[in-house]
Design a protein around this ligand. Structure first.
Ligand SMILES: [Zn+2]
Ligand SMILES: [Zn+2]
Length: 237
């Protein structure tokens, strides 16, 4: 972990970050960031938010947005929306392999909620080795390492591989194009390690779900029982 000088400037508003635990954003910018509490109404599968509906807990588990029917993962959740402090956290994590203790706590809280709390093993979405070499680290691994430590679950960085360099060409594509470039991009090297396991697949941001879906397809085809997805933020697809 890096030592960061404090007080530092908030990456959202430029004001000063009062407490080290808040990391890259000030308290006020964290307060303006919508964080999922587990009480809101979401698609139980993909985690898409349905504002304005208030339902009892057991009914909420039946809710599906139907847009995610073709996605292979069991369920996907995020700490909150891709805005303010969470957006800045995602961007910062591409440059520095560091999570603030506040974000660390938010990730752990999200992972302890149903149905993600059934996970038995943590796997970060891998980068292609060229990309990882450029950046020096995999941002998904930073999140996965922190969760593994807190949740006392094994961290598995050996099983899922990204042998094809697809992600470089993704930025300018529409959702269909993004799905095509990641389809078949991932391979499972040690299927025995994930047989019957409930995998917690970790990434920085969930946008269309194309990347995590492609990982989930590979993991499930190799014998994983469930694939739960956790990201820092959920963007607009
Ligand atoms: Zn701020
Ligand atoms: Zn959905």
């Amino acid at each position: 972990m890096l030592t960061v000088a404090y007080p530092q400037a908030c990456l959202v508003c430029g004001g000063s970050v009062e407490e080290r635990r808040f990391g890259i954003a000030c308290r006020s910018c964290w307060e303006k960031t919508r964080i999922f509490t587990g009480a809101e109404t979401i698609c139980w599968k993909c985690g898409a938010h349905s504002p304005g509906i208030d339902l009892p807990a057991e009914v909420r588990k039946q809710i599906r947005c139907r847009r995610c029917d073709s996605q292979s993962f069991t369920a996907a959740r995020a700490v909150g929306f891709y805005e303010n402090a969470l957006r800045a956290s995602v961007l910062s994590l591409k440059r520095q392999p560091h999570l603030s203790s506040h974000l660390n706590n938010l990730l752990v809280n999200a992972a302890r909620r149903e149905p993600l709390n059934k996970a038995t093993r943590i796997i970060p979405v891998p980068l292609h080795e060229n990309r990882q070499h450029e950046r020096g680290f995999n941002q998904a691994s930073v999140i996965a390492e922190a969760l593994s430590k807190e949740l006392q679950l094994p961290l598995d960085q050996a099983t899922l591989l990204r042998p094809r360099a697809s992600e470089k060409y993704r930025a300018g594509l529409d959702p269909k194009g993004r799905r095509d470039t990641v389809a078949g991009a991932f391979e499972v090297r040690y299927p025995k390690l994930i047989e019957g396991e409930s995998v917690l697949l970790v990434d920085d941001v969930f946008t269309t779900g194309a990347t995590v879906n492609s990982c989930a397809e590979a993991l499930l085809a190799s014998g994983a029982g469930d694939v739960f997805v956790l990201t820092i933020a959920r963007g607009k697809s």
